[in-house]
Design a protein around this ligand. Structure first.
Ligand SMILES: NC(=O)c1ccc[n+]([C@@H]2O[C@H](COP(=O)([O-])OP(=O)(O)OC[C@H]3O[C@@H](n4cnc5c(N)ncnc54)[C@H](OP(=O)(O)O)[C@@H]3O)[C@@H](O)[C@H]2O)c1
Length: 273
């Protein structure tokens, strides 16, 4: 790719993309209002601007091919409107939770190319999961370009039903935090039951890492997660004792997760309305 990537907002999600793209050798310009965050972007070799006016004045936007909006959804309209001056061929990508394609397109008007994408922060280690949907202006060639830019960040899946985007947000956009919390809680629990705190968290981490790897390998062999789970729950054993609570009537993990994921999905819908 000859052109440049323009990243607007270099917070938690933007930083993950920037790290990944710089690792891949892409040229990235960053607009970030926060001075500390600008310093971090500069350290990764990006060209950095404090606002859109400074970027414009630099006269360096002629070869921008893709602009990625990584700011909070609450400021989406104010921020996106400032990039109206970019050429018609530029691909606009929004990772802002809840903000729909029609609304995004209305910010700039015209026949702009838009992608609504939901990533997650494991992009930072090249293991992100992105789910994307494009508007009618986005060609097959544009999709290929997107897949190329995001290839080193993890895996990108395209969907056609925008109604599912908020479900993806609740499952995979927010998902890493659920797993971090699990590791944190298991670490603390082990500690409260007498284990060394470092060992306790290491056990929790290794369980998640090893179990995830097993799911990957077993799926390729046609073995599903349920069967893997049953392989650990021996009759009359320790795991079965634990599952009396995890799978207990009315108060099990399933109910807790169902409420949590539904709350996240509903919040994404609320943000977008
Ligand atoms: N974090 C995640 O795990 C995750 C996952 C999936 C999707 N997302 C989406 O990614 C977006 C960003 O989330 P985040 O967690 O990275 O938020 P964040 O850490 O708050 O980062 C946003 C950054 O954008 C800066 N900013 C605000 N206005 C700006 C402007 N006009 N131009 C340039 N920069 C500006 C903010 O500066 P100030 O703080 O000084 O305002 C901040 O540094 C959200 O829309 C979210 O829905 C996040």
């Amino acid at each position: 790719m000859a052109g440049r990537i323009l990243l607007v907002g270099c917070g938690h999600m933007g930083f993950a993309f920037l790290s990944c793209w710089r690792e891949e050798g892409w040229a990235v310009d960053v607009v970030e209002v926060n001075e500390g965050r600008r310093g971090i972007a500069l350290g990764l070799g990006a060209c950095v601007y404090e606002d859109v006016e400074t970027l414009r004045a630099s006269g360096r936007t002629g070869d921008v091919e893709m602009v990625v909006y990584c700011v909070r959804p609450q400021v989406s309209e104010d921020v996106v409107c400032g990039y109206n001056f970019l050429g018609e061929d530029v691909i606009h990508v929004s990772v802002m939770a809840g903000v729909g394609l029609e609304r995004l397109a209305s910010f700039l008007g015209g026949d702009r190319k838009w992608v609504r994408m939901m990533p997650n922060t494991p992009v930072l280690v090249g293991k992100g999961m992105m789910v994307s949907m494009g508007n009618e202006e986005l060609s097959a060639g544009d999709r290929e370009k997107i897949d190329g830019w995001y290839g080193g960040c993890g895996r990108n899946e395209w969907i056609e039903d925008e109604g599912l985007m908020n479900v993806v947000t609740a499952l995979s956009g927010s998902g890493p935090a659920y797993v971090f919390y699990y590791i944190e809680l298991m670490g603390l629990l082990g500690e409260s039951l007498g284990l060394d705190s470092e060992l306790s968290e290491e056990l929790a981490l290794r369980v998640v890492e090893g179990a995830a790897e097993m799911v990957k390998v077993s799926r390729a062999q046609g073995v599903g997660v349920r069967s893997l789970k049953e392989g650990v729950i021996s009759k009359g054993g320790t795991t079965e004792a634990a599952f009396r609570y995890l799978d207990g009537e009315g108060v099990g993990l399933r109910e807790v997760l169902e409420q949590a994921v539904t709350a996240a999905r509903d919040r994404a819908e609320e943000i977008g309305s």
